[in-house]
Design a protein around this ligand. Structure first.
Ligand SMILES: [Mg+2]
Length: 405
């Protein structure tokens, strides 16, 4: 089997969303996705990685990951290049699963479970207005989740306050008001529902410690990015100030950045975003690394639907998964417009995909939407590595001399 085309689809309605389809000469099409800076990701795919892969066997997933990463890391890895690698990696796993007629989790070692508990990040789409409801009637909101069997939720009660001071000043009266919904939930429902706190990296260390200590009696499930995970030392100091676990972090890239937080103890819960940090191939390695330190992973979501499918493969296969992020507003609001079939969350659990590959295809009609921007690469061309070999390595006769040694 050979890769014949790599196609990106950007959607005007969701300008951060990029779908990737990897086409093969056998007719199998793999689906991947990433989120954020979509036109930059599109350029990375077509300018850098497409030419590396067209004409190659899609089954050599790890080899392709390594060659894409090496190409990217030439100028420092991260950003759009790594998001592009993540999306392509998901599509390659999807092809492998389809060709073997198995769900991807079966290729990762088989199921350690066949469903994973989810928590609901409060979103807003269509009829679901969770992120506003939590301020109007937090107890009713929490009960509506419990009624569905969802026993965990996450929201961001303080991050918007940080805008005014750049994360440097938080008044006690602001914090008291921000935590009022959480207190009402605890007063009415006790600890029936777990509540996680996401700070989106907005606060400095001193304020993050103040927030963590003030929230301690409420027993949050975790604190996530109360400060940006730029260095593990600050996170370690935050962790030392509270018994609440510190989760880190969706914006850590690859095993190399996660390693520092895992080994230092700065992360008690490891939270990779599969579509940003390197795809299925890399999150599997991050999960293994975490397991070696007796730490759980809790994969990040709040992006597009394919991420949930790819995370489902990881969640079913890897033994040290704690819980999966989920956004019911997105799931019910718009995911069905883009994937067929939609994934299943029932009674508070994400179910193992049953279809081969990652478990769904790009919905018919997505490419033909009026707001879709489709770009296709189908020509292999001289890669950066090949041109380097030609122009910056020793002359060909000297290279041949080395090959004979
Ligand atoms: Mg977050």
């Amino acid at each position: 089997m050979k890769i014949t085309q790599i196609e990106t689809i950007r959607i005007g309605q969701f300008p951060d969303l990029t779908f990737v389809q990897v086409h093969t000469d056998g007719g199998i099409v793999g689906l991947g996705e990433t989120w954020y800076a979509a036109s930059t990701v599109e350029a990375a795919i077509h300018d850098h990685f497409g030419p590396l892969l067209i004409g190659r066997d899609p089954s050599d997933i790890e080899a392709h990951w390594q060659s894409m990463f090496r190409l990217s890391d030439h100028a420092g890895y991260g950003g759009a290049e790594l998001r592009a690698i993540s999306a392509i990696d998901i599509a390659l796993w999807d092809i492998r699963g389809q060709s073997l007629k198995l769900p991807v989790f079966e290729l990762l070692g088989g199921g350690t479970r066949h469903q994973i508990r989810v928590y609901n990040t409060l979103g807003f789409y269509g009829d679901i207005t969770d992120s506003h409801d939590v301020w109007r009637d937090p107890v009713a909101l929490a009960k509506s989740l419990l009624d569905e069997g969802i026993e965990g939720m996450k929201f961001s009660p303080t991050d918007f306050i940080a805008r005014e001071s750049g994360g440097n000043l938080l008044f006690k009266k602001q914090l008291d008001r921000a935590l009022q919904p959480f207190r009402e939930i605890r007063d009415a429902l006790g600890t029936d529902i777990q509540v996680a706190n996401d700070g989106h990296g907005k606060w400095n260390l001193a304020t993050a410690i103040k927030i963590a200590q003030e929230m301690e009696p409420l027993q949050p499930m975790w604190h996530e990015e109360l400060l940006s995970p730029l260095d593990e030392d600050a996170h370690l100091r935050l962790q030392a100030s509270t018994v609440t676990p510190i989760a880190a972090a969706e914006r850590l890239m690859t095993r190399y950045q996660h390693r520092r937080f895992i080994e230092s103890g700065a992360a008690r819960i490891v939270m990779p975003d599969l579509t940003w940090t390197g795809g299925i191939s890399e999150v599997k390695k991050i999960a293994v690394l975490a397991s070696g330190h007796q730490l759980p992973i809790a994969p990040h979501d709040c992006v597009g639907p394919v991420n949930m499918l790819a995370c489902a493969a990881i969640c079913m296969a890897m033994p040290n998964v704690m819980i999966m992020e989920y956004n019911r507003a997105m799931h019910r609001g718009w995911y069905s417009d883009f994937i067929e079939p939609n994934f299943v969350v029932k009674d508070g659990f994400l179910k193992a995909p049953e279809e081969p590959g990652i478990g769904a295809r790009l919905a018919s009609g997505v490419r033909d939407r009026a707001d879709a921007s489709v770009r296709v690469s189908s020509e292999p061309r001289e890669s950066w590595l090949e041109s380097r070999k030609r122009y910056t390595y020793p002359p060909p006769d000297i290279q041949e001399e080395f090959e004979r040694l």
